[in-house]
Design a protein around this ligand. Structure first.
Ligand SMILES: [Fe+2]
Ligand SMILES: [Fe+2]
Length: 142
């Protein structure tokens, strides 16, 4: 079916070596993998906006956890990293609030998967070595 993700988006390649963070990343990709169900259901755009809202809320919890970890670790590129998170925040906020037209399912899924796989595989991986030298930053992650 068009728009259904029938491949596993998370793989060991995407591991940043921090269990709680990997868990968040798996969770978000899993939510995105189920997003097509909202398009297929009877409730149309409202159901999709609600499902995107759930993804946004989950992502926000993750971003805050990650940004707090990077702050405690004294990561020198926290501002740039947060700015990347902000591009995601802005995109989904427009969809949830209805200030942007609802993309068709394939377009929305490609944007979300590209953003997350790209972000985890590049910017999130960049902090890996720095954070490993600061175990105190990882200790408080739930
Ligand atoms: Fe990140
Ligand atoms: Fe992340």
């Amino acid at each position: 079916m068009l728009g259904k993700l029938d491949w596993e988006t998370w793989s060991e390649d995407l591991s940043v070596g921090i269990e709680a963070i990997d868990g968040d990343h798996k969770g978000i990709l899993d939510l995105i993998g189920h997003l097509h169900e909202a398009y297929d259901g009877p409730n149309g755009a409202d159901a999709v906006r609600l499902a995107v809202g759930r993804i946004a809320a989950y992502a926000e919890t993750h971003f805050q956890r990650e940004e707090r970890m990077l702050l405690v670790a004294g990561y020198p590129f926290l501002i740039q990293h947060r700015a990347r998170h902000d591009t995601f925040r802005a995109y989904v906020a427009h969809i949830v609030m209805g200030t942007a037209p609802l993309p068709e399912v394939g377009e929305l899924l490609s944007w979300l998967v590209d953003w997350w796989v790209g972000h985890i595989g590049t910017e999130d991986k960049l902090y890996r070595d720095h954070v490993r030298q600061h175990p105190e930053a990882v200790g408080g992650l739930g």
